[in-house]
Design a protein around this ligand. Structure first.
Ligand code: SF4
Length: 449
């Protein structure tokens, strides 16, 4: 058992112990992770789970298309260059919304609806409105918080109008870096003026919480490049910033073969960049949230981090307290306390399943009591820097925990494991000690920093 975290993780100067970061670890947007999903869980389990749901839920709607494909991208997306393919995908998505609605049957209240991808704004604004209408028709929406991921190059005045009309208040923009040479190196070219225009359009639409995704560890990136991107992000008034380390794993993501991996920063440089980003953003007044997010003090994400109510789900760190997240669309993952499942990833097969009125869940797992116990520990450590361990878990991990305790990164007292402020870059590695599935992680996951 664990308590929800009571304090945000914070850090001063981070000590660098490369041996403690040598093993790649998952990002733990769920536990067990999607790498553990199997095909023994599928449509029948999703059907039963949806029919058994009640209370608050959040919805996630996946649009697996982008106008252009970035070379680094690990998302399930493809080029939105064929109108027919887009429209038959949207027909299938409408069908899935209707099928889910029948099973939820008015028992649940959806208080959050998130659109992600891909890039939701790769579809036409009118198609977005039709999806919103379909959700309102089939699911009981309770004055939901609407959020959307967006790409600056396809944000238009028409899109801003539609977002304003729906009442979208939260948006995230994929920026990654402002440096033109780095944008070229990762196949995502969008000049400063385009990002400024995207920001203005989203603000005009009524977005009050705007996130910028940024990356460190890009090929050829220097600390000065990172500083310039962070400075520009602060100038443009981002309410939230997600600062991710670029994971170069071309054996897993073939698109990344186009990226020259010969001048990637090494682990020590990545560590220094992550620390630099942390120091710069906190000096600018941002509150650290989990291990890689930052938010303005009055943003709900910062408030959640400070009040110990921060959560972690497939969308990253969140202040969403709903116990169930229902994913709709190809590859979307649903996360309930007792079950996790993923929809068919292939858009063609997804369409085929929906054309037969079948739920498109094709893999997943049923969470055992032990999974839930370990998942609560992992979430507690990543979100709040602490977790209560029962005697079994404490004795199971003690030997592997000692190197962290010896180096004053963690303390275990009276069954409470606490990460010390300097442990922030080691939080995922410490959380992974409680993951019994993490045997062969060398190839499957990204760098620990
Ligand atoms: S816009 Fe986003 S989802 Fe689309 S290819 Fe680029 S990184 Fe991937």
């Amino acid at each position: 058992m664990t308590a929800a975290g009571k304090r945000p993780i914070s850090a001063g100067m981070w000590p660098y112990y490369p041996d403690l970061l040598a093993v790649p670890v998952p990002r733990y947007t769920s536990f067990p992770t999607a790498a553990e999903f199997g095909d023994s869980v599928g449509a029948a389990d999703a059907d039963a789970a949806l029919r058994g749901l009640s209370g608050d839920v959040s919805l996630y709607v996946h649009i697996p298309f982008c106008e252009q494909i970035c070379w680094y991208c690990g998302c399930n997306t493809s080029a939105a260059n064929r109108r027919q393919r887009l429209s038959s995908y949207l027909d299938a998505l409408h069908r899935e919304i209707a099928l889910a609605g029948v099973r939820l049957d008015g028992r649940v209240a959806a208080r959050r609806v998130a659109f992600g991808g891909g890039s939701p704004n790769a579809i036409a604004p009118t198609d977005f409105v039709r999806l919103v209408d379909a959700l309102a028709l089939h699911v009981a929406l309770e004055d939901p918080v609407w959020s959307i991921e967006s790409v600056p190059r396809t944000l238009t005045a028409e899109w801003a109008q539609v977002l304003g009309w729906v009442g979208v208040s939260h948006a995230s923009m994929g920026v990654q870096t402002f440096a033109p040479q780095l944008q070229a190196a990762i196949g995502r070219v969008q000049d400063d003026a385009m990002i400024v225009r995207g920001t203005e359009l989203l603000r005009r639409a009524g977005v009050t919480s705007l996130n910028f995704d940024l990356m460190y560890g890009l090929p050829g990136q220097t600390k000065a490049d990172l500083a310039a991107s962070l400075r520009r992000t602060v100038e443009l008034g981002a309410d939230r910033i997600a600062l991710f380390g670029y994971a170069h794993v071309p054996h897993l993501i073939p698109r990344q073969r186009r990226i020259d991996g010969s001048n990637l920063p090494g682990q020590a440089e990545r560590f220094a960049m992550a620390q630099f980003g942390y120091a710069m953003l906190t000096a600018e007044g941002y509150v650290p949230v989990g291990f890689d997010h930052f938010a303005k003090p009055d943003d709900t994400l910062a408030l959640a981090a400070q009040s110990g109510t921060l959560r972690r789900n497939f969308q990253g760190f969140t202040d969403d307290q709903a116990p169930a997240l229902v994913g709709l669309g190809a590859s979307a993952i649903s996360c309930l306390p007792g079950a996790l499942w993923q929809n068919e990833k292939n858009a063609g097969r997804y369409r085929m399943l929906l054309s037969q009125d079948r739920l498109p869940a094709v893999s997943g797992l049923l969470r055992s009591v032990d999974d839930q116990r370990r998942g609560a520990v992992i979430e507690g450590l990543l979100c709040g820097g602490e977790a209560i361990l029962d005697a079994d878990l404490a004795s199971e991990v003690m030997v592997r925990l000692l190197p962290f305790i010896d180096r004053e990164l963690a303390v275990l007292e009276h069954g409470m494991l606490r990460l010390l402020p300097e442990a922030l870059p080691y939080a995922r590695t410490i959380a992974a000690l409680f993951d019994p599935y993490r045997q062969d992680s060398q190839r499957r996951f990204s760098s620990a920093v």
